[in-house]
Design a protein around this ligand. Structure first.
Ligand code: MTE
Ligand code: MO
Length: 164
């Protein structure tokens, strides 16, 4: 094959960023580009040290993130409540482009101080994040060890109602 004329491979690390999908038990599922995220009220979190939970390894210092609260996005999408009280049994999966995912409970997000500090970030240290720097990044600022719920290249937030 002539490499010079071969179509460019789709390489998401090269800068292309797919819209963030809000899916699952929502009244209005949404698809949000970085530009669309910027239309929501912006919040900034303090700088912090990224540290792995499993190894306790120090990864790097991270400058303040700027982004939108996850609860603001979910309020816009509106949680379904098909059976009375479903929201109290709801969890949210935050899924990265590579399939890495973490969870939040409705209680954490909407009924504890943790939720106020969960953001989807599009800027870091006053500079726009690109795909190579993980945009958009989901970050839970109240966590004791930040790395697990620091999801690089967040692709989807999925709302699920748990049943026994
Ligand atoms: N998308 C994505 N985000 C992720 C992970 C991952 O595998 N995929 N691993 C998490 C964990 S457990 C750690 S320790 C850090 C690793 O960050 P680093 O790749 O910058 O060293 O990213 C976190 N965010
Ligand atoms: Mo980790």
């Amino acid at each position: 094959m002539d490499i010079a004329t071969a179509p460019a491979p789709i390489d998401n690390t090269a800068g292309q960023i797919s819209p963030l999908q809000l899916t699952g038990s929502l009244v209005r599922p949404m698809s949000l580009s970085l530009e669309a995220l910027r239309q929501y009220p912006a919040v900034t979190c303090p700088a912090f040290d990224l540290r792995c939970y499993t190894t306790q390894r120090f990864i790097r210092a991270v400058a303040p993130y700027r982004g939108v609260r996850l609860t603001d996005l979910l309020a816009q999408a509106e949680l379904r409540n098909d059976v009375d009280g479903d929201f109290k049994r709801m969890i949210f999966l935050a899924v990265g482009h590579d399939g890495y995912f973490v969870t939040f409970s409705w209680h954490e997000l909407f009924n504890t101080p943790v939720g106020e500090k969960v953001i989807v970030a599009y800027e870091c240290g006053d500079k726009a994040l690109d795909a190579q720097h993980g945009a958009p990044v989901l970050f839970s600022g109240a966590d004791l060890v930040p790395a697990p719920r620091h999801v690089k290249r967040l692709a989807r937030i999925e709302a699920r109602v748990l049943a026994l």
